[in-house]
Write a protein that binds this ligand. Structure first.
Ligand code: AMP
Ligand code: MN
Ligand code: MN
Ligand code: MN
Length: 273
């Protein structure tokens, strides 16, 4: 219920992603590109051809205080006006941020990052830190994309540039207006203050959020139990998704993720029968 394609920062086309999901044994698949629904039509067609259950989705970038959160919308209608206009409004800021990232890298002795990252991105408005990470690998500055984040691009590192994404109320409202279910993506990845976790889960639920990811390629397996308890404690549905970006960049292929721990209600119980 969480995967990327070349329409955002994944390495496989929507069709190739669905083919991989079918090949690795997934019964169902969602495409959830960052801030865009451009790949959903092609992915839906591939899912129909391969007989795999299809869930249209999106992963919305959100600014919550000084933390960037990702909210996945599942079973959305990508033509809903609020969704179309909302996503457009946050995509527009990506090129400006990218220019600032490139300026910092240039100052650190790495020229050509804007052109290099843009050459790897689907468009100026989808320019992502992942494209900068791949440029840094290709230019020999680091050995893999994880090191590019650890050394340059992650929050607190020199080429991190803060950005204002959607608000949490707006992201959840766009998802609900498009008939979808709001899922807090990879909660174990946020660097929250000690009180921040309860505050976030309370606010997320109050705004109409319904699920959290428990088993995700962006959690280490030892984190699953923590977020299983959070799902139970806050009465949230549980989701499971590879957060697949491409060969060599993600720990699990879509169909090869461990199952949800027992006792949780899966988010897909909302639409699968
Ligand atoms: P952006 O939306 O352009 O800021 O890029 C965010 C993307 O960068 C995420 O969706 C991940 O694919 C990747 N990413 C962010 N932080 C990390 C990290 N610490 N390690 C590896 N990948 C990361
Ligand atoms: Mn990504
Ligand atoms: Mn994410
Ligand atoms: Mn993701």
């Amino acid at each position: 219920m969480h995967n990327h394609s070349t329409c955002s920062d994944g390495l496989l086309s929507p069709t190739q992603l669905i083919e991989l999901a079918a090949r690795t044994g997934a019964d169902g698949i969602a495409l959830t590109d960052h801030d865009t629904t451009a790949g959903l039509e092609a992915a839906a067609a591939a899912a129909r051809t391969l007989g795999i259950e299809w869930v249209p989705g999106v992963e919305i970038s959100v600014t919550w205080g000084d933390t960037t959160l990702h909210i996945v919308g599942l079973a959305i209608d990508p033509t809903a006006k609020a969704m179309v206009e909302g996503l457009q409004s946050i995509r527009d800021g990506r090129l400006g941020r990218g220019k600032r990232v490139a300026t910092v890298l240039k100052g650190m002795g790495i020229p050509g990052a804007l052109e290099g990252a843009l050459a790897l991105a689907p468009s100026e408005s989808m320019l992502s830190r992942t494209h900068f990470a791949r440029f840094l690998v290709a230019s020999g500055a680091v050995k893999d994309t994880q090191h590019a984040f650890d050394k340059y691009l992650a929050k607190g590192k020199p080429a991190y540039v803060a950005h204002e994404w959607a608000t949490l109320p707006n992201a959840i409202a766009w998802i609900r207006a498009s008939g979808g279910v709001a899922v807090l993506a990879h909660p174990g990845r946020y660097d929250l203050k000690p009180w921040g976790r309860g505050e976030l889960l309370d606010e997320f639920r109050r705004l109409g959020g319904e699920a959290i990811e428990v088993v995700t390629g962006s959690h280490r397996p030892e984190q699953y139990a923590t977020w299983r308890r959070a799902a139970e404690e806050y009465g949230l549905l549980a989701s499971r998704g590879a957060d697949y970006h491409g060969p060599g960049e993600s720990p699990f292929e879509p169909g090869r993720l461990p199952p949800l721990p027992g006792g949780l209600t899966p988010v897909w119980s909302k639409w699968a029968h």
